[in-house]
Write a protein that binds this ligand. Structure first.
Ligand code: URA
Length: 483
């Protein structure tokens, strides 16, 4: 060996490229180079430091893409293999098309394995909520098959943009604080919480989407290999669900065919329901909502999400409907919109635990898109059907001020559509004397494309929450008469 290259880390692709370019420029043959990667970032890499002319050799783009993936493989030979390919490419420009070439095949296998590992990480990371930590923070422990933490970090940042989280792995950790992605050294399982209150909801959700008639044990085990099971709350259910699958499928086949429901008449009937909304205890209301069949939204959800907060809160916040995470957690505003709301409340100096937080619609309306459940806006009939529950909550809590977060909540509270921006600032008076302030929904802020617009909208939301707090303290008078 006459060259030793120490890369700055296991996935130091830039370092590998710089060193490979340098070595090739100096004509250093692959078999004479020893590659290592390690935590010692400050050790100078001899081959990389030596001055050399890189020459005029450019590699196909496909090679760089393949190399940037393959370098994340755990094989200790990967750096050498990739340099060997680079070396050969100068003399064999069509090399990458030779899929039977052993070096090409090995590099492709590595890149594919890395891509599978990244996919598994995106699918099987499960966050746990840290207890007693402010602001709300989620932590996940995961053991990826290859070095894919950096590769998957943009996915988690974008998917959970408004959630503070850390993903801990034995190789590296990634932290997101809502503004910056930070990478750190590896951790151990003891650094992550073992479970939390969200896990039961995961299990309820998983059991409810498990279709015994579609069970293919082999496919399931290849999609969800056992090595990932120990971090999956739902894994404990799998053996039981597999065991019962035949019996459940037989019962499904033997059952009477289900008669298709007609959605529109059902919703319309609920709208016209003459029943008054009795004011039971909040706990009773929350329990009763679980069996609500006033419209069809309950069918595809994990559970209904009732409001939460003190019995006699002077301010009630009404959102649109639970989101994906809220549906799993059984609590309103715990997902990305909730994070935004929490920030605005903090800025306004309003404590969330003094408010009653609920939604116009208590079930998560969504449509499947691949593995994701995409939010769908509830229609007027669904809002109207669910108003029965909102009225019960209002009757029980009797807030002085009700804040409608967005158009759906305004529709539920005022019984008609109002323009949100034009309606801000001037409270409506509801039939029970409560003041109703209309403001933007926190998700609206999340969708704004640029930072200045986001900051401006955030400022308005904060102002509106402050105004609600002032009204609740008796400052200001409601102006408009509403139902
Ligand atoms: N989560 C809720 O509980 N309500 C919303 O309107 C949005 C997210």
């Amino acid at each position: 060996m006459n060259a030793v290259v120490q890369l700055a880390g296991e996935t130091d692709f830039d370092g590998w490229r710089a060193a490979a370019r340098d070595l090739r420029g100096r004509g250093v043959a692959p078999e004479t180079v020893h590659w290592t990667a390690g935590p010692d970032l400050f050790t100078p890499a001899p081959a990389r430091c030596a001055a050399a002319s890189p020459g005029r050799f450019s590699v196909p783009r496909g090679f760089l893409e393949l190399a940037s993936a393959a370098i994340c493989h755990r094989s200790t030979d990967r750096f050498a293999l990739l340099y060997r390919l680079l070396w050969r490419l100068e003399r064999e420009p069509g090399l990458m098309a030779l899929v039977t070439d052993p070096d090409v095949a090995e590099a492709r296998d590595m890149a594919n394995a890395v891509s599978r590992a990244a996919h598994k990480m995106k699918a099987f990371v499960r966050f746990r909520l840290l207890t007693d930590v402010e602001p709300e923070t989620y932590v996940a422990w995961f053991e990826p098959a290859h070095h894919v933490v950096r590769r998957t970090a943009p996915f988690f940042r974008d998917r959970f943009a408004n959630m503070r989280f850390s993903i801990l792995t034995p190789d590296a950790c990634v932290h997101w604080d809502g503004a910056e992605v930070i990478f750190g050294p590896g951790a151990s399982p003891a650094d992550a919480p073992a479970g939390d209150s969200l896990e039961d909801h995961w299990r309820v959700y998983y059991a409810s989407i498990f279709n015994p008639a579609r069970l293919k044990v082999r496919a399931m085990q290849s999609e969800m290999p056992k090595r990932y099971w120990r971090n999956l709350p739902e894994a404990s259910l799998i053996p039981g669900l597999i065991e019962q699958a035949n019996e459940r499928t037989a019962a499904m086949v033997a059952a009477e065919p289900a008669v298709a429901k007609k959605r529109a008449p059902k919703v319309a009937a609920a709208q016209e329901s003459p029943e008054p909304a009795p004011a039971g205890s909040l706990a009773q209301i929350a329990a009763d909502i679980q069996s609500c069949r006033r419209c069809d939204l309950w069918r595809d959800t994990t559970q209904a999400v009732p409001g939460e907060g003190p019995n006699a809160a002077s301010i009630m916040l009404v959102g649109e409907q639970p989101g994906d995470m809220d549906d799993l957690a059984g609590r309103p505003f715990v997902g990305p919109a909730g994070q935004m709301l929490d920030r605005a409340l903090l800025e306004a100096g309003v404590a969330r635990d003094r408010l009653y937080v609920t939604n116009a619609v208590k079930h998560f309306k969504h449509e499947p898109r691949g593995k994701r459940r995409l939010h769908k806006t509830p229609v007027a009939g669904e809002v109207s059907a669910c108003r029965w529950w909102l009225d019960q909550e209002r009757a029980r809590v009797a807030p002085k001020v009700v804040v409608a977060l967005g158009a759906t909540a305004a529709l539920a509270l005022l019984g008609r559509a109002v323009p949100i921006l034009a309606s801000r600032g001037r409270p409506f008076e509801l039939a029970d004397g409560a003041a109703c302030l209309v403001t933007m929904h926190p998700s609206f802020l999340l969708r704004l494309p640029d930072e200045p617009a986001k900051a401006e909208a955030f400022g308005r939301l904060v102002d509106d929450l402050r105004q609600a707090a002032q009204l609740a303290m008796g400052a200001g008078t409601p102006a408009r008469q509403e139902n």
